[in-house]
Design a protein around this ligand. Structure first.
Ligand code: SF4
Length: 100
């Protein structure tokens, strides 16, 4: 499955939900999570994320492996998000910070 990492926290642009064919994104007040039971590994969400927060579970960046389990746990206890919503305040600054 694909996995949302902490780069999403505080941004939550939700571009990802516009391309996911199977509605596997969930969200809380901080970020989104991918339900690994539903993800079909299409790969559509990773390149569209403005902060590069999404990675395949088999190719996690160094130090980010914990997010595989966090996505599984949090997706199970948070609601599905099926349509884009406005990003969190401060998202653009965070995106610039992550890109620099
Ligand atoms: Fe959805 Fe495809 Fe991303 Fe999985 S890889 S979360 S199916 S868009």
């Amino acid at each position: 499955a694909y996995v949302v990492t902490d780069a999403c926290r505080g941004c939550r642009y939700t571009e990802c939900v516009t391309v996911c064919p199977v509605e596997c994104f969930h969200l809380d007040e901080q970020m989104t999570y991918i339900d690994p039971e539903n993800c079909i590994d299409c790969g559509g969400c990773a390149p569209i994320c403005p902060v590069g927060a999404i990675h395949p579970s088999w190719q996690m960046p160094a130090g980010k492996s914990d997010w595989v389990e966090i996505n599984r746990l949090r997706a199970a206890e948070t609601p599905v998000i099926a349509a884009k919503i406005p990003p969190l305040p401060g998202a653009d600054e965070q995106a610039r910070r992550l890109a620099s």
